[in-house]
Design a protein around this ligand. Structure first.
Ligand code: 5AD
Ligand code: SF4
Length: 342
């Protein structure tokens, strides 16, 4: 009982902070899952290189532009290009694609989420116009990270996050809730790491066991815990953007709504061409929040209004990011880093 009251208060407080900082608007981002090929072998993920049951695909540039164009005409002003670490998509190709999107959709922001790259690659992506980058650290525990990510070290991930920050890109990261082997201490550490990284976006979602992976028989993460951690994040990082994630919607029918009520302020409807969508199987039961036709935007809008919120099609920079940009502008020129990064 006491726990319930505490949680209701926690969620209520987080909701108030969200309202105070961001108002009732929910930023809409178009999510384009442009390649499901991946050279990595994370134990939890259905796109891992050893999973031979996935039909692999990669969109070509024309398909990407067509999807972006459709979303842009529907009013979307942020596009998230997400994929595995696909060697067919090196930084140079991504740079050209971002430049082209920016030419065709000048008011749009482009977010990339394509894994670990070299420092120079992130700089090139920033110069090409990449606005934001999402790279979850997944878990703050070094040993668990190495184990679940098949040998990739946490420090490599953290270095990539620092490189992205130095490249001057709005920075998103986050973690999975309830990974096998996670302890309470690790869970607390995940929150602390988000705060220490001073993130502009934090994406979290429950771990969902995927039958096509070595973690098939592990218990999935809990929705209640995901909602509780969302509220804690909003209180710890009041100015960050927090999406209500697909994994939450997939684990339980009202999962995304529960995150929105606990401090989240972003939704990412899927704009991947329908013929590819079923093959982007990070985990089973991925829910549909799709955007193929304008009426779907209307139904998202109606659902938000019912929940006392409103769809916001703006570019949706986080408050923390705006402050970061402001503080660079007000810094004397001679004290800025020579490459213009912030
Ligand atoms: N359950 C939940 N989330 C997953 N991801 C990958 N596999 C799973 C899974 N089985 C998440 C990771 C990754 C993001 C793209 O999807 O956090 O960063
Ligand atoms: Fe690849 Fe990302 Fe899946 Fe790991 S989580 S296998 S890096 S797509």
């Amino acid at each position: 009982m006491l726990k319930k009251t505490y949680e209701t208060t926690l969620i209520g407080q987080a909701d108030l902070v969200r309202k105070n900082r961001y108002g009732d608007g929910v930023w809409i981002r178009g999510l384009l899952e442009f390649t499901n090929r991946c050279r990595q072998n994370c134990l939890y993920c259905g796109l891992r290189r050893d999973n031979s049951r996935v039909r692999r695909y990669s969109l070509d540039e024309e398909e990407i532009f067509a999807s972006v164009n459709q979303g842009y005409r529907a009013g979307i002003r942020t596009f998230v290009l997400q994929g595995g670490e696909d060697p067919a998509w090196p930084a140079l190709r991504l740079c050209r694609t971002v430049e082209d999107i920016k030419r065709r959709a000048p008011e749009a922001a482009v977010t990339l989420s394509c894994g670990i790259m070299e420092r120079e690659d992130y700089r090139a992506l920033a110069s090409a116009g990449t606005d934001r980058y999402l790279l979850r650290f997944e878990t703050c525990d070094g040993e668990l990270h190495r184990l679940l990510r098949d040998g990739v070290s946490l420090s490599e991930r953290l270095k990539a996050l620092i490189d992205l920050r130095e490249a001057g890109i709005e920075l998103g990261s986050g973690f999975m809730v309830g990974l096998p082997g996670e302890t309470e201490e690790i869970s607390r550490g995940n929150l602390t790491l988000c705060r220490d990284l001073d993130l502009d976006m934090v994406g979290i979602g429950p771990f969902i066991a995927n039958p096509e992976t070595p973690l098939a028989h592990c218990p999935s993460g809990s929705m209640e815990e995901t909602v509780r951690l969302t509220a804690m994040l909003r209180l710890m990082l009041p100015d960050t953007n927090i999406p209500a994630t697909t994994a939450a919607g997939s684990l339980s029918p009202g999962g995304r709504e529960a995150m929105l009520a606990a401090g989240a302020n972003v939704l990412m409807p899927n704009i991947t061409p329908p013929r590819y969508r079923d093959h982007y199987r990070l985990y089973p039961g991925k829910t549909r929040l799709e955007l193929d036709h304008l009426p779907e935007l209307d139904s998202i809008s109606e659902a938000l209004i019912k929940a006392g919120r409103r769809m916001d099609m703006g570019k949706g920079n986080s408050i923390s990011w705006k402050r970061r940009v402001e503080s660079t502008r007000s810094r004397p020129l001679h004290r800025r880093p020579p490459d213009g990064s912030i």
